[in-house]
Ligand binder design. Structure first.
Ligand code: CU
Length: 501
Protein backbone atom coordinates (compact mmCIF):
# COMPACT_ATOMS: atom_id res chain seq x y z
CA UNK A 1 0.00 0.00 0.00
CA UNK A 2 1.14 3.48 -0.76
CA UNK A 3 2.62 4.94 2.45
CA UNK A 4 0.60 8.12 2.08
CA UNK A 5 -2.63 6.12 1.95
CA UNK A 6 -1.51 4.10 4.95
CA UNK A 7 -0.81 7.31 6.91
CA UNK A 8 -4.20 8.64 5.85
CA UNK A 9 -5.94 5.48 7.12
CA UNK A 10 -4.05 5.60 10.42
CA UNK A 11 -5.07 9.23 10.83
CA UNK A 12 -8.71 8.43 10.11
CA UNK A 13 -8.67 5.57 12.64
CA UNK A 14 -7.02 7.76 15.26
CA UNK A 15 -9.62 10.48 14.76
CA UNK A 16 -12.46 7.99 15.06
CA UNK A 17 -10.89 6.51 18.20
CA UNK A 18 -10.43 9.89 19.86
CA UNK A 19 -13.94 11.00 18.97
CA UNK A 20 -15.35 7.75 20.36
CA UNK A 21 -13.64 8.51 23.67
CA UNK A 22 -14.93 12.05 23.71
CA UNK A 23 -18.48 11.07 22.93
CA UNK A 24 -18.62 8.86 26.02
CA UNK A 25 -18.99 11.52 28.64
CA UNK A 26 -19.68 11.37 32.31
CA UNK A 27 -20.92 13.78 34.89
CA UNK A 28 -18.07 13.77 37.34
CA UNK A 29 -19.19 15.57 40.43
CA UNK A 30 -16.98 16.22 43.33
CA UNK A 31 -18.87 18.36 45.71
CA UNK A 32 -18.81 19.02 49.40
CA UNK A 33 -22.36 18.70 50.52
CA UNK A 34 -23.54 18.13 54.06
CA UNK A 35 -19.95 18.18 55.19
CA UNK A 36 -19.03 15.18 53.07
CA UNK A 37 -17.11 15.10 49.89
CA UNK A 38 -18.90 13.12 47.26
CA UNK A 39 -17.63 11.94 43.96
CA UNK A 40 -20.24 10.60 41.62
CA UNK A 41 -19.87 9.60 38.02
CA UNK A 42 -22.93 9.26 35.85
CA UNK A 43 -22.69 8.35 32.22
CA UNK A 44 -24.61 10.81 30.11
CA UNK A 45 -26.00 10.44 26.67
CA UNK A 46 -23.36 11.58 24.24
CA UNK A 47 -25.83 13.39 22.05
CA UNK A 48 -27.02 15.66 24.84
CA UNK A 49 -25.38 19.03 25.13
CA UNK A 50 -23.92 20.28 28.33
CA UNK A 51 -24.34 23.85 29.48
CA UNK A 52 -20.69 23.66 30.45
CA UNK A 53 -19.60 22.97 26.91
CA UNK A 54 -21.43 25.47 24.81
CA UNK A 55 -20.13 24.31 21.47
CA UNK A 56 -22.72 25.81 19.15
CA UNK A 57 -24.75 23.25 17.27
CA UNK A 58 -25.91 24.00 13.78
CA UNK A 59 -29.37 23.26 12.52
CA UNK A 60 -27.80 20.55 10.38
CA UNK A 61 -26.55 18.83 13.51
CA UNK A 62 -29.64 18.07 15.55
CA UNK A 63 -29.66 16.02 18.72
CA UNK A 64 -30.50 12.38 18.72
CA UNK A 65 -34.13 11.62 18.01
CA UNK A 66 -34.61 10.31 21.51
CA UNK A 67 -36.02 13.59 22.75
CA UNK A 68 -38.40 13.91 19.78
CA UNK A 69 -41.41 12.07 21.10
CA UNK A 70 -44.32 12.13 18.66
CA UNK A 71 -46.98 14.66 19.65
CA UNK A 72 -50.57 13.45 19.57
CA UNK A 73 -53.35 15.85 18.63
CA UNK A 74 -54.30 16.05 22.34
CA UNK A 75 -50.68 17.01 23.14
CA UNK A 76 -50.64 19.69 20.47
CA UNK A 77 -53.97 21.04 21.53
CA UNK A 78 -52.93 21.31 25.16
CA UNK A 79 -49.54 22.87 24.33
CA UNK A 80 -51.30 25.34 22.03
CA UNK A 81 -53.68 26.31 24.83
CA UNK A 82 -50.72 27.50 26.91
CA UNK A 83 -49.41 29.90 24.31
CA UNK A 84 -51.09 33.12 25.41
CA UNK A 85 -49.93 36.22 27.25
CA UNK A 86 -51.61 37.77 30.28
CA UNK A 87 -53.84 40.81 30.00
CA UNK A 88 -55.17 43.59 32.27
CA UNK A 89 -57.45 41.22 34.13
CA UNK A 90 -54.69 38.67 34.61
CA UNK A 91 -51.72 40.61 36.03
CA UNK A 92 -48.92 38.42 37.32
CA UNK A 93 -46.68 39.44 40.19
CA UNK A 94 -43.54 37.34 40.42
CA UNK A 95 -41.82 37.52 43.79
CA UNK A 96 -38.42 36.37 44.95
CA UNK A 97 -38.80 32.72 45.97
CA UNK A 98 -38.03 33.57 49.61
CA UNK A 99 -40.69 36.27 49.61
CA UNK A 100 -43.54 33.83 49.00
CA UNK A 101 -45.83 33.19 51.94
CA UNK A 102 -46.04 29.63 53.17
CA UNK A 103 -49.38 29.33 51.42
CA UNK A 104 -48.00 30.64 48.14
CA UNK A 105 -45.10 28.19 48.31
CA UNK A 106 -47.53 25.39 49.06
CA UNK A 107 -49.76 26.36 46.15
CA UNK A 108 -46.80 26.38 43.79
CA UNK A 109 -45.77 22.90 44.93
CA UNK A 110 -49.32 21.62 44.53
CA UNK A 111 -49.60 23.08 41.03
CA UNK A 112 -46.30 21.54 39.90
CA UNK A 113 -47.35 18.16 41.24
CA UNK A 114 -50.82 18.33 39.69
CA UNK A 115 -49.13 18.86 36.30
CA UNK A 116 -46.68 16.03 37.00
CA UNK A 117 -49.49 13.64 37.89
CA UNK A 118 -51.74 14.62 34.99
CA UNK A 119 -51.27 11.93 32.35
CA UNK A 120 -54.06 13.09 30.04
CA UNK A 121 -51.29 13.94 27.54
CA UNK A 122 -48.12 12.04 26.53
CA UNK A 123 -45.68 11.49 29.42
CA UNK A 124 -47.47 13.88 31.79
CA UNK A 125 -48.27 17.57 31.51
CA UNK A 126 -45.14 18.76 33.33
CA UNK A 127 -42.78 16.52 31.39
CA UNK A 128 -44.45 17.12 28.04
CA UNK A 129 -43.95 20.85 28.40
CA UNK A 130 -40.44 20.44 29.83
CA UNK A 131 -39.63 18.30 26.83
CA UNK A 132 -40.32 21.20 24.46
CA UNK A 133 -37.04 22.67 25.67
CA UNK A 134 -35.30 19.47 24.55
CA UNK A 135 -36.67 19.12 21.05
CA UNK A 136 -33.96 19.89 18.56
CA UNK A 137 -35.90 22.59 16.72
CA UNK A 138 -36.74 24.58 19.84
CA UNK A 139 -33.32 23.92 21.35
CA UNK A 140 -31.64 25.45 18.31
CA UNK A 141 -33.91 28.51 18.51
CA UNK A 142 -33.53 28.92 22.24
CA UNK A 143 -29.78 28.79 22.77
CA UNK A 144 -26.54 30.33 21.59
CA UNK A 145 -28.02 33.53 20.22
CA UNK A 146 -30.01 36.71 20.90
CA UNK A 147 -33.30 34.79 20.90
CA UNK A 148 -32.24 33.16 24.17
CA UNK A 149 -34.09 35.83 26.15
CA UNK A 150 -37.29 35.92 24.09
CA UNK A 151 -37.58 32.15 23.72
CA UNK A 152 -37.23 31.49 27.44
CA UNK A 153 -39.65 34.33 28.23
CA UNK A 154 -42.37 32.67 26.17
CA UNK A 155 -41.54 29.20 27.45
CA UNK A 156 -41.64 30.41 31.08
CA UNK A 157 -45.02 31.97 30.46
CA UNK A 158 -46.28 28.67 29.01
CA UNK A 159 -45.25 26.86 32.21
CA UNK A 160 -46.84 29.59 34.31
CA UNK A 161 -50.04 29.33 32.28
CA UNK A 162 -50.01 25.56 32.77
CA UNK A 163 -49.53 25.94 36.53
CA UNK A 164 -52.36 28.47 36.69
CA UNK A 165 -54.70 26.02 35.01
CA UNK A 166 -54.16 23.90 38.14
CA UNK A 167 -54.00 26.60 40.83
CA UNK A 168 -55.16 29.88 39.38
CA UNK A 169 -53.23 32.28 41.64
CA UNK A 170 -49.78 30.78 41.08
CA UNK A 171 -46.94 32.73 39.50
CA UNK A 172 -43.39 31.48 39.04
CA UNK A 173 -41.19 33.11 41.66
CA UNK A 174 -37.72 34.24 40.68
CA UNK A 175 -34.69 32.77 42.40
CA UNK A 176 -32.32 35.68 43.00
CA UNK A 177 -29.17 33.62 42.65
CA UNK A 178 -27.03 36.49 43.94
CA UNK A 179 -28.48 36.05 47.46
CA UNK A 180 -26.97 32.58 47.51
CA UNK A 181 -23.77 33.57 45.73
CA UNK A 182 -23.04 35.98 48.59
CA UNK A 183 -23.11 33.15 51.16
CA UNK A 184 -19.97 31.41 52.40
CA UNK A 185 -21.59 28.05 51.72
CA UNK A 186 -24.24 28.57 49.04
CA UNK A 187 -25.20 24.89 49.11
CA UNK A 188 -26.48 25.40 52.66
CA UNK A 189 -29.08 27.94 51.40
CA UNK A 190 -32.69 27.51 52.51
CA UNK A 191 -33.55 27.19 48.81
CA UNK A 192 -32.19 23.63 48.89
CA UNK A 193 -34.58 22.38 51.54
CA UNK A 194 -37.77 20.30 51.46
CA UNK A 195 -39.90 23.40 52.08
CA UNK A 196 -38.48 25.03 48.97
CA UNK A 197 -37.10 23.22 45.92
CA UNK A 198 -35.55 20.17 47.63
CA UNK A 199 -32.05 19.04 48.45
CA UNK A 200 -28.88 19.49 46.44
CA UNK A 201 -26.75 16.48 47.34
CA UNK A 202 -27.89 13.71 45.04
CA UNK A 203 -31.39 12.30 44.58
CA UNK A 204 -34.12 14.59 45.91
CA UNK A 205 -35.92 12.54 48.53
CA UNK A 206 -37.95 14.96 50.59
CA UNK A 207 -40.43 17.74 49.98
CA UNK A 208 -42.77 18.41 47.08
CA UNK A 209 -40.24 17.17 44.53
CA UNK A 210 -39.06 14.13 46.49
CA UNK A 211 -38.56 11.11 44.25
CA UNK A 212 -39.58 12.94 41.09
CA UNK A 213 -38.70 10.95 37.99
CA UNK A 214 -37.35 12.45 34.80
CA UNK A 215 -37.58 11.06 31.27
CA UNK A 216 -35.40 9.38 28.63
CA UNK A 217 -33.55 7.18 31.09
CA UNK A 218 -32.25 10.02 33.23
CA UNK A 219 -33.96 8.56 36.30
CA UNK A 220 -34.46 10.28 39.61
CA UNK A 221 -34.34 14.03 39.82
CA UNK A 222 -30.93 14.84 41.28
CA UNK A 223 -28.52 17.67 41.92
CA UNK A 224 -24.87 17.95 42.86
CA UNK A 225 -24.46 21.53 43.98
CA UNK A 226 -21.17 23.27 43.58
CA UNK A 227 -19.32 20.49 41.77
CA UNK A 228 -18.51 22.76 38.85
CA UNK A 229 -19.84 26.00 37.44
CA UNK A 230 -20.57 29.19 39.32
CA UNK A 231 -23.48 31.12 40.75
CA UNK A 232 -24.43 34.53 39.41
CA UNK A 233 -23.14 37.39 41.54
CA UNK A 234 -24.59 40.83 42.17
CA UNK A 235 -21.62 42.16 40.20
CA UNK A 236 -22.56 39.94 37.23
CA UNK A 237 -26.03 41.44 37.26
CA UNK A 238 -24.62 44.96 37.49
CA UNK A 239 -22.31 44.24 34.54
CA UNK A 240 -25.24 43.04 32.44
CA UNK A 241 -27.31 46.07 33.40
CA UNK A 242 -24.43 48.39 32.49
CA UNK A 243 -25.06 47.59 28.81
CA UNK A 244 -27.70 49.13 26.55
CA UNK A 245 -28.34 46.74 23.67
CA UNK A 246 -29.66 43.18 23.54
CA UNK A 247 -26.74 42.26 21.27
CA UNK A 248 -24.29 43.36 23.98
CA UNK A 249 -25.63 40.88 26.54
CA UNK A 250 -26.35 37.85 24.32
CA UNK A 251 -24.52 35.49 21.99
CA UNK A 252 -22.83 35.58 19.58
CA UNK A 253 -21.38 39.04 20.15
CA UNK A 254 -21.41 39.60 23.91
CA UNK A 255 -18.24 39.20 25.91
CA UNK A 256 -18.51 36.56 28.63
CA UNK A 257 -18.59 39.20 31.40
CA UNK A 258 -21.80 40.73 30.02
CA UNK A 259 -23.27 37.61 28.46
CA UNK A 260 -26.44 36.68 30.30
CA UNK A 261 -26.78 33.31 28.55
CA UNK A 262 -23.23 32.23 29.42
CA UNK A 263 -23.53 33.51 33.00
CA UNK A 264 -26.80 31.60 33.38
CA UNK A 265 -25.16 28.48 31.90
CA UNK A 266 -22.70 28.51 34.81
CA UNK A 267 -25.64 28.32 37.23
CA UNK A 268 -27.04 25.27 35.42
CA UNK A 269 -23.65 23.60 35.73
CA UNK A 270 -23.30 24.64 39.39
CA UNK A 271 -26.58 22.86 40.19
CA UNK A 272 -25.52 19.74 38.30
CA UNK A 273 -27.67 16.64 37.82
CA UNK A 274 -30.30 17.08 35.12
CA UNK A 275 -29.84 20.87 35.15
CA UNK A 276 -26.40 20.47 33.64
CA UNK A 277 -27.64 19.08 30.34
CA UNK A 278 -29.73 21.29 28.05
CA UNK A 279 -32.14 18.59 26.89
CA UNK A 280 -33.19 17.48 30.37
CA UNK A 281 -32.65 20.67 32.38
CA UNK A 282 -36.32 21.70 32.31
CA UNK A 283 -37.27 18.48 34.12
CA UNK A 284 -35.85 20.06 37.28
CA UNK A 285 -38.38 22.55 38.67
CA UNK A 286 -35.56 24.92 39.74
CA UNK A 287 -35.21 25.63 36.00
CA UNK A 288 -38.25 27.92 36.16
CA UNK A 289 -37.28 30.13 39.14
CA UNK A 290 -33.83 30.46 37.55
CA UNK A 291 -35.32 31.57 34.25
CA UNK A 292 -37.78 33.79 36.07
CA UNK A 293 -34.67 35.53 37.46
CA UNK A 294 -32.94 35.97 34.08
CA UNK A 295 -36.26 37.27 32.77
CA UNK A 296 -36.50 39.68 35.73
CA UNK A 297 -33.04 41.02 34.83
CA UNK A 298 -34.09 41.39 31.20
CA UNK A 299 -37.23 43.26 32.28
CA UNK A 300 -35.04 45.69 34.23
CA UNK A 301 -32.68 45.92 31.25
CA UNK A 302 -35.58 46.85 28.96
CA UNK A 303 -36.85 49.47 31.41
CA UNK A 304 -33.39 51.02 31.37
CA UNK A 305 -33.37 50.94 27.58
CA UNK A 306 -36.62 52.90 27.54
CA UNK A 307 -35.13 55.44 29.95
CA UNK A 308 -32.17 55.82 27.59
CA UNK A 309 -34.47 56.37 24.60
CA UNK A 310 -33.89 52.92 23.09
CA UNK A 311 -36.98 50.99 22.01
CA UNK A 312 -36.54 47.42 23.29
CA UNK A 313 -39.26 46.20 20.94
CA UNK A 314 -37.09 46.94 17.91
CA UNK A 315 -33.68 46.24 19.45
CA UNK A 316 -32.83 42.94 17.76
CA UNK A 317 -29.15 42.71 16.81
CA UNK A 318 -28.23 42.68 13.13
CA UNK A 319 -25.49 40.23 13.86
CA UNK A 320 -27.39 37.28 15.27
CA UNK A 321 -25.16 34.34 14.27
CA UNK A 322 -27.00 31.10 13.58
CA UNK A 323 -29.92 31.16 11.15
CA UNK A 324 -32.24 29.80 13.85
CA UNK A 325 -31.85 33.18 15.56
CA UNK A 326 -32.73 35.29 12.54
CA UNK A 327 -35.63 37.65 13.29
CA UNK A 328 -38.13 35.87 11.07
CA UNK A 329 -37.17 32.33 11.99
CA UNK A 330 -39.89 30.37 13.79
CA UNK A 331 -39.46 30.02 17.55
CA UNK A 332 -40.77 26.47 17.32
CA UNK A 333 -43.40 27.53 19.84
CA UNK A 334 -46.65 27.59 17.88
CA UNK A 335 -46.50 30.24 15.17
CA UNK A 336 -44.42 32.67 17.23
CA UNK A 337 -41.42 34.11 15.40
CA UNK A 338 -38.08 35.10 16.87
CA UNK A 339 -38.81 38.82 16.45
CA UNK A 340 -42.03 38.41 18.47
CA UNK A 341 -39.91 37.54 21.49
CA UNK A 342 -38.78 41.14 21.96
CA UNK A 343 -42.32 42.47 21.77
CA UNK A 344 -43.87 43.92 24.94
CA UNK A 345 -46.94 41.68 24.70
CA UNK A 346 -45.48 38.88 26.79
CA UNK A 347 -44.42 40.87 29.79
CA UNK A 348 -46.71 43.85 29.68
CA UNK A 349 -48.76 42.42 32.54
CA UNK A 350 -45.98 40.53 34.28
CA UNK A 351 -44.37 42.37 37.16
CA UNK A 352 -41.41 41.50 39.33
CA UNK A 353 -40.93 42.62 42.92
CA UNK A 354 -37.71 44.68 43.17
CA UNK A 355 -34.63 42.50 43.57
CA UNK A 356 -33.88 42.42 47.33
CA UNK A 357 -31.40 45.13 48.21
CA UNK A 358 -30.01 46.70 51.37
CA UNK A 359 -27.41 49.16 52.59
CA UNK A 360 -26.67 51.19 55.74
CA UNK A 361 -29.95 53.06 55.63
CA UNK A 362 -32.32 50.76 53.80
CA UNK A 363 -33.25 47.14 54.41
CA UNK A 364 -35.09 45.59 51.48
CA UNK A 365 -34.31 42.00 52.51
CA UNK A 366 -37.98 41.60 53.22
CA UNK A 367 -38.26 37.94 54.00
CA UNK A 368 -37.79 35.65 56.98
CA UNK A 369 -35.37 33.73 54.81
CA UNK A 370 -32.83 36.42 54.04
CA UNK A 371 -30.79 38.97 55.96
CA UNK A 372 -28.79 42.09 55.23
CA UNK A 373 -25.01 41.98 55.16
CA UNK A 374 -24.39 45.68 55.69
CA UNK A 375 -20.64 45.47 55.01
CA UNK A 376 -21.29 43.92 51.60
CA UNK A 377 -24.45 46.00 51.03
CA UNK A 378 -26.17 42.82 49.98
CA UNK A 379 -29.13 40.76 51.01
CA UNK A 380 -27.98 37.23 51.74
CA UNK A 381 -29.98 34.05 51.93
CA UNK A 382 -30.28 32.33 55.25
CA UNK A 383 -29.04 28.79 55.50
CA UNK A 384 -31.22 25.81 56.32
CA UNK A 385 -29.68 25.55 59.76
CA UNK A 386 -30.17 29.23 60.52
CA UNK A 387 -33.83 28.94 59.65
CA UNK A 388 -34.24 25.73 61.58
CA UNK A 389 -32.66 27.05 64.73
CA UNK A 390 -34.62 30.27 64.46
CA UNK A 391 -37.82 28.29 64.23
CA UNK A 392 -36.90 26.08 67.12
CA UNK A 393 -35.72 28.81 69.40
CA UNK A 394 -38.13 31.50 68.32
CA UNK A 395 -38.96 32.04 71.97
CA UNK A 396 -35.37 32.74 72.87
CA UNK A 397 -33.82 36.11 72.21
CA UNK A 398 -30.43 36.25 70.60
CA UNK A 399 -28.84 38.09 73.50
CA UNK A 400 -30.21 35.71 76.10
CA UNK A 401 -27.53 33.92 78.04
CA UNK A 402 -27.47 30.17 77.76
CA UNK A 403 -29.08 29.28 81.07
CA UNK A 404 -26.96 27.92 83.89
CA UNK A 405 -29.39 25.08 84.27
CA UNK A 406 -28.00 23.65 81.10
CA UNK A 407 -24.90 22.93 83.05
CA UNK A 408 -26.58 21.87 86.22
CA UNK A 409 -29.13 19.48 84.92
CA UNK A 410 -28.62 19.12 81.20
CA UNK A 411 -25.46 17.10 81.57
CA UNK A 412 -25.98 16.19 85.15
CA UNK A 413 -23.83 13.20 85.66
CA UNK A 414 -21.15 13.43 83.11
CA UNK A 415 -18.18 15.66 82.79
CA UNK A 416 -18.16 15.15 79.08
CA UNK A 417 -20.84 14.23 76.66
CA UNK A 418 -20.09 12.49 73.47
CA UNK A 419 -21.82 10.83 70.66
CA UNK A 420 -20.07 8.84 68.04
CA UNK A 421 -21.15 8.56 64.47
CA UNK A 422 -19.13 6.55 61.98
CA UNK A 423 -16.21 8.88 61.97
CA UNK A 424 -17.02 11.89 64.03
CA UNK A 425 -17.48 12.74 67.66
CA UNK A 426 -18.50 15.77 69.55
CA UNK A 427 -17.25 16.39 73.04
CA UNK A 428 -18.49 18.94 75.45
CA UNK A 429 -15.98 19.61 78.13
CA UNK A 430 -14.61 22.25 80.50
CA UNK A 431 -17.93 23.16 81.88
CA UNK A 432 -17.76 26.03 84.25
CA UNK A 433 -19.95 28.72 85.69
CA UNK A 434 -19.10 32.34 85.33
CA UNK A 435 -21.50 34.57 87.20
CA UNK A 436 -24.95 33.57 86.02
CA UNK A 437 -24.12 32.38 82.56
CA UNK A 438 -22.81 29.07 81.45
CA UNK A 439 -19.63 28.81 79.53
CA UNK A 440 -19.42 25.54 77.75
CA UNK A 441 -16.57 24.61 75.52
CA UNK A 442 -17.44 22.33 72.69
CA UNK A 443 -14.75 20.43 71.00
CA UNK A 444 -15.36 18.92 67.63
CA UNK A 445 -13.17 16.01 66.64
CA UNK A 446 -12.85 13.88 63.61
CA UNK A 447 -11.77 10.34 64.23
CA UNK A 448 -8.90 9.56 61.89
CA UNK A 449 -8.29 6.02 63.07
CA UNK A 450 -8.86 3.99 66.21
CA UNK A 451 -6.17 5.85 68.08
CA UNK A 452 -5.94 9.27 66.53
CA UNK A 453 -8.32 12.12 66.32
CA UNK A 454 -8.03 15.56 64.79
CA UNK A 455 -9.38 18.48 66.75
CA UNK A 456 -11.21 20.93 64.56
CA UNK A 457 -12.66 23.62 66.63
CA UNK A 458 -13.24 24.81 70.14
CA UNK A 459 -16.20 27.07 70.52
CA UNK A 460 -17.12 28.95 73.63
CA UNK A 461 -20.79 29.43 73.98
CA UNK A 462 -22.25 32.06 76.21
CA UNK A 463 -25.23 33.45 74.37
CA UNK A 464 -27.98 32.05 72.23
CA UNK A 465 -26.31 33.80 69.35
CA UNK A 466 -23.27 31.61 69.92
CA UNK A 467 -25.50 28.58 69.80
CA UNK A 468 -26.83 29.78 66.46
CA UNK A 469 -23.33 30.07 65.08
CA UNK A 470 -22.24 26.77 66.47
CA UNK A 471 -25.32 25.14 65.07
CA UNK A 472 -24.55 26.54 61.63
CA UNK A 473 -21.03 25.23 61.92
CA UNK A 474 -22.11 21.73 62.77
CA UNK A 475 -25.55 20.98 61.47
CA UNK A 476 -24.49 19.74 58.11
CA UNK A 477 -23.23 16.57 59.74
CA UNK A 478 -24.63 16.66 63.26
CA UNK A 479 -28.25 17.59 63.00
CA UNK A 480 -29.46 14.97 65.44
CA UNK A 481 -26.96 15.81 68.09
CA UNK A 482 -27.56 19.51 67.83
CA UNK A 483 -31.27 18.99 67.97
CA UNK A 484 -30.65 17.16 71.19
CA UNK A 485 -28.61 20.07 72.50
CA UNK A 486 -31.31 22.49 71.54
CA UNK A 487 -33.83 20.34 73.21
CA UNK A 488 -31.82 20.46 76.40
CA UNK A 489 -31.44 24.19 76.11
CA UNK A 490 -35.16 24.48 75.64
CA UNK A 491 -35.98 22.34 78.61
CA UNK A 492 -33.56 24.16 80.78
CA UNK A 493 -34.63 27.56 79.62
CA UNK A 494 -38.09 26.57 80.63
CA UNK A 495 -37.05 25.33 84.05
CA UNK A 496 -34.77 28.27 84.54
CA UNK A 497 -37.51 30.77 83.90
CA UNK A 498 -39.91 28.90 86.11
CA UNK A 499 -37.46 28.93 88.95
CA UNK A 500 -36.94 32.65 88.56
CA UNK A 501 -40.55 33.52 89.11
CU1 CU B 1 -32.68 26.87 27.93
Amino acid sequence: MDTRILILWITVYLCLFVSSIQSKSFFIHSSVVNGKKKIVATEVNSTASSFGNTRPKTAAEPNSGKFEIPLSSADQEWLGSLLYHPNESDIRLRKEYRQLSEKERGDLNVAFNLLKNDTSVSLNKYDLLANIHARSSANANAHQGPNFMGWHRVFLLMMENALRKKVKTVTIPYWDVTLDEAMDKPYSSIIWSPDFIGSGDGVIKKGAFGHWQTQFGYGNLMRFLGGQGKLMSKENVEDILSKSRLGEITNPAAEKKFNIEEIHNDVHVWIGGQMKTIEIAAFDPIFYPLHSFTDCIWTEFREQQKAKGIDPTSDYPEFYGRSTHSPFAPMSLGSVMVIDGISDIWNQYVQYTPRPFCNETYNGCNSLYMKCDISKRKCISKSRSEVEIENQSSKLKKDDKVPTDLVNSGFKNSESFSKESDSEMLYISNRQLIKRSAVVNYRHFTKLSENSIAAHKVVTITTISDVYQFYSYLTDSHTDLINLLLFLIYLNQFHFKQEQY
